[in-house]
Design a protein around this ligand. Structure first.
Ligand code: ATP
Length: 594
């Protein structure tokens, strides 16, 4: 997928395909029983409602001229009965179809969510999160009307049309033919409007997606906006995306609405013709009762046609959303278990990078340029180097968050591409640079690292990383509720919680990306002592800009411009008087200057 941002429209060139409706129907299939029962009920309702003009004809042509009061009362009672049956059927339909519609929506949404959880980091690198959200929430919701009413109404309306034609033919063939003459004109109008309706709806859905992306981005960046007093600039950008949203919606609706006057005109013209021919033929094979009954049917004839056109409009709208929904569901899971992938055996901790070349985009620049190194079990590796050198990229390849462009990443001799993702990642403790706190208690957040961990295990992990001390000072201790992204905690506190989470699973390989960058030096020193003990016997990769924290690493690798430029322990690298020496000395001088 191309890189995208809030003001870049998504691709519109998706071919219209009935395949989408077929796939949607597959979601409806489990509710076949409910659909069939509703259909039968609705057929009964239609027949009941269609009987009344015929009953009126009987009353007009037979009961009233014959002054048959009993017969008239019987006919009235039957008409009342048809109304009651119709209303009862309608209640059943609304209840059942709302259930079916909402169940289908729930199932589609669940599939998208599960698929999103399998999509690799690269998918999220490329797409504004607001645009993903709009698909899961709004687009899926917009199918509700189509599913709750559309499908059943379509079938019952089609059936009604045939039954009405049957009734009309039984009353008068000539008038029926006149009535049907309007249909070819209607089909022509629908055919002419279809393409432009689809395109305008697609454009609107794009703008809706842009609006969502901008709102999401603005909420995430609200603190920066206020700090830089950029409210006015943002309001202007928002006005622009909002205006586009409104104007494209207006255009889409304008084309949707063109169908109504067309249907109205065609129906009124044909009805006028029926009146004209009917009235001029009274006494000439057509009775007043016949004409009244026939006109009753004509209105009922155009009603389902209006409904079907309505359904058609909803379908066109839903199509634009369905395309996006299935596009998300079809998004390839680039990082997945390969055929024949096997379970990673218990990890010892031997890691080897063999001639790794890596690019984030196939046509982009090389971020890692033939990187090779070997790490023995239990070694503590520190990765240092300038910003953007490629340190995080290296550790991301170890957990196979991205696939290499060429070369091999081996853990205990197993190529990470050949083992199952689950078995690989379960044995690694990763603390990403971007520490994320979920809404819930602190206990829940640490437990994320090992779902079956006991409270004691969690407290032990928190103590090991010196998180315990601050947690117990909080109002509810480990049961303090934190909100999403942990905004009630300091950045350092969030890091400590993430640290405990990474450690909890007792991983064989521990990866720490800037794990302590926001922690005060005193806490860090204490943490370091515990950490040295914890890291013993485990292979670990630690990225740190504060070099004092990695002095004890068994090996320090200096990364620059996608390559390892120096490696050795602290003393060896200081003696080398190369890049590490420069980096370390500059930090030391800075501290002294303070
Ligand atoms: N998701 C991404 N898509 C495209 N390019 C990326 C992506 N992430 C990182 N890069 C680029 O890859 C290069 C290496 O980034 P990386 O995050 O590995 O650097 P780093 O050494 O960890 O830097 P820092 O110390 O600032 O965290 C950078 O030039 C960066 O611009």
């Amino acid at each position: 997928m191309a890189r995208n941002k809030y003001d870049v429209d998504e691709d519109l060139e998706i071919e219209f395909s009935w395949e989408y409706t077929k796939r949607l129907l597959a979601y409806v299939k489990p509710y076949k029983k409910e659909m069939i029962i509703t259909l039968i009920i609705m057929i009964i309702a239609s027949i009941a409602s269609l009987l009344s003009p015929y009953l009126v004809k009987i009353a007009m042509d037979t009961s009233i001229p014959n002054k048959d009061i009993k017969g008239l009362i019987g006919v009235c009672a039957l008409i009342l009965l048809t109304i009651v049956i119709g209303a009862a059927c309608m209640v059943y339909k609304i209840k059942t179809m709302t259930y079916v519609g909402q169940s289908v929506i729930k199932n589609i949404r669940t599939d998208i969510f599960n698929h999103l959880q399998r999509l690799p980091f690269s998918y999220y690198d490329d797409k504004p999160h607001g645009k993903i959200l709009v698909r899961v929430v709004n687009y899926v919701n917009s199918l509700s009307d189509l599913l709750s009413n559309g499908l059943i109404n379509l079938v019952t309306d089609l059936l009604s049309i045939f039954v009405i034609i049957g009734f009309m033919l039984a009353i008068n063939v000539k008038l029926t033919i006149v009535c049907m003459l309007g249909l070819p004109f209607l089909i022509l109008v629908v055919g002419l409007l279809k393409k432009v309706q689809r395109r305008t709806t697609q454009i609107f859905s794009n703008k809706q997606s842009n609006l969502n992306a901008y709102i999401q981005e603005s909420i995430s960046g609200m603190k920066v906006t206020q700090a830089f007093t950029r409210e006015k600039t943002n309001a202007e950008k928002f006005r622009k995306v909002s205006d586009e949203n409104r104007s494209t919606w207006m255009t889409a609706v304008r084309y949707q609405m063109l169908l109504w006057p067309a249907i109205d005109n065609i129906s009124v013209i044909t009805i006028s013709f029926v009146y004209l021919i009917g009235v001029s033929s009274i006494g000439n094979g057509i009775t007043i009762g016949t004409l009244i009954a026939f006109v009753g049917y004509i209105w009922r004839f155009w009603n389902p046609i209006v409904n079907i056109s309505n359904f058609y409009n909803t379908l066109i709208m839903a199509m634009a959303y369905l395309e996006r929904i299935f596009e998300t569901l079809d998004e390839p899971v680039d990082i997945d278990n390969l055929p024949g992938a096997y379970k990673m055996p218990n990890i010892n901790g031997h890691v080897e990078f063999k001639d790794i070349v890596f690019k984030y985009d196939d046509d982009g620049r090389e971020i890692l340029k033939k990187v090779s190194f070997e790490v023995k079990p239990g070694e503590n590796i520190a990765l240092v180097g300038p910003t953007g050198a490629g340190k995080t990229t290296i550790i991301n390849l170890l957990s196979r968050f991205y696939d290499v462009y060429s070369g091999e990443v081996l853990v205990d001799g197993n190529n990470v591409r050949n083992v199952t993702l689950d078995s690989l990642r379960k044995q690694m403790g990763v603390m990403l640079q971007d520490t994320f706190i979920f809404s819930g208690t602190i206990m829940d957040n640490i437990r994320y690292g090992k779902l079956d961990a006991t409270d004691e295990e969690i407290i032990r992990a928190a103590k090991a990383v010196k998180a315990h001390d601050f947690i117990v000072t909080l109002k509810d201790g480990y049961y303090t509720e934190v909100n999403e992204r942990g905004s009630r905690l300091s950045v350092g506190q969030r890091q400590l919680i993430s640290f405990a989470r990474a450690l909890l699973a007792d991983p064989k390989i521990l990866i720490l990306d800037e794990a302590t960058s926001s922690i005060d030096t005193k806490t860090e020193e204490a943490l370091q002592i515990g950490l040295d003990r914890l890291l013993k016997g485990r292979t670990s990769f630690v990225i740190a800009h504060r070099l004092s924290t990695i002095k004890n690493a068994t090996r320090i690798m200096v990364i620059n411009n996608g390559q390892i430029v120096e490696q050795g322990n602290h003393d060896e690298l200081m003696e080398l008087k190369g890049e590490y020496y420069e980096l370390y000395s500059s930090q030391y001088d800075m501290i002294k200057a303070i």
